[in-house]
Design a protein around this ligand. Structure first.
Ligand code: CUA
Length: 349
């Protein structure tokens, strides 16, 4: 399309035409009314001009019919824009289940990416064409924004939480990656490239870029060295702390009766600020790990917890875990009060 109409950037994802179509619609409606109003303005200026210096116009009393018309028509047009835009929005911001996951950490002023298979990249992202890719993103410092114009999608990358972005590239090639949120002096230099490759080419790339361990394996190592295993078990089977195996994506009951879904944000918070949400039946004895783990390491621990058997993938095997069902996995077997020696959360490292 950009061949004959250089109004839009290159189109290379399944979102591209959807977003472009909406923009053409918005532009079309805008253009139509600009022309209509200009034409009517000029016509009225001539038709109702003052012809003699002493002319007094006829009084006008108004028209309910006309007012209803110019209220209802713009309302309907505006709602089509809203409805159409909302549909695209919800599709873009609800990542599909079967996507390839890539972890992204933004910092002043670079993009650090790691594939689930371990490959690390800086300011570059290699992905296969025709596959759904999900980015799980966070920032080490300030707000950044991951933006690939050719894919017509972007999302803020925010310190202290995980945001996601997904896309399916439709055309092999090299595409611009921008930071689309002003983040300091070298914001404009926080750029990179997304390489969309044929699947076989991508497999070759993956094979030629081993080296670092997978995020899950690195997370397992951290899990041991940080001492998580002493309370949560070597394989997340639980003990003094809640069970972690199978936790991800499941409903978890908290002290006080509230039930939440164990997502990335919850696990991250529980590592850095363990006292914020206490699992029902446990006492807040876990120390904070604030300042001891980097964002990269948090992502790795998260990947490890997700990889523990009994995770979301194994959910079907045990029958459907309906939301609100008793989260047996997180109910402690032993008395959690066995260790009053632990310091209350949050006051020490
Ligand atoms: Cu990062 Cu702008």
């Amino acid at each position: 399309m950009q061949g004959w109409l250089p109004l839009v950037p290159e189109s290379a994802s399944t979102f591209s035409w959807q977003v472009d179509a909406l923009y053409f619609y918005l532009s079309g409606v805008t253009l139509f009314f600009v022309l209509l109003i200009s034409a009517v303005l000029i016509f009225f200026t001539i038709r109702y001009r003052r012809r003699t210096p002493y002319e007094i116009p006829r009084p006008i009393a108004g028209s309910h019919k006309l007012e209803t018309l110019w209220t209802v028509i713009p309302f309907v047009i505006a709602m089509t824009m809203f409805g159409w835009g909302a549909r695209i929005y919800f599709e873009q911001y609800k990542p599909p289940q079967n996507a390839i996951e890539v972890y992204v950490v933004g910092k002043q002023w670079m993009w650090k990416l790691q594939h689930a298979t371990g490959q690390r990249e800086i300011n570059e992202l290699h992905v296969p064409v025709g596959r759904k890719i999900k980015l799980i993103m966070t920032s080490e410092d300030v707000v950044h924004d991951f933006f690939v114009p050719a894919f017509r999608t972007k999302a803020d990358v925010v310190p202290g939480r995980y945001t996601t972005l997904w896309f399916e590239a439709t055309k092999p090639g090299k595409y611009h990656l921008f930071c689309a949120e002003y983040c300091g002096m070298n914001h404009s230099g926080m750029i990179g490239s997304v390489y969309v490759m044929e699947p076989r080419e991508f497999d070759n790339w993956l094979a030629g870029n081993t080296g670092s361990s997978t995020p899950a394996a690195a997370g397992q190592q951290l899990y041991q060295t940080l001492g998580c295993a002493s309370c949560h078990g070597a394989n997340g089977e639980g003990g003094r702390g809640p069970t972690l195996a199978g936790l991800f994506g499941r409903p978890t009951q908290l002290e006080g009766g509230q039930t939440i879904t164990a997502d990335e944000a919850y696990i991250r918070e529980s590592i850095l600020n363990p006292g914020a949400k206490i699992v029902a039946g446990f006492t807040p004895i876990m120390p904070t790990f604030q300042g001891q783990v980097t964002e990269d390491q948090l992502v790795q621990i998260l990947a490890f917890i997700k990889s523990l058997p009994g995770g979301t993938r194994a959910q079907g095997a045990q029958g459907t875990a309906s939301p609100g069902a008793s989260p047996a996995a997180s109910t402690p077997a032993a008395s959690p009060a066995s260790s009053p020696a632990g310091s209350p959360t949050g006051n020490v490292r």
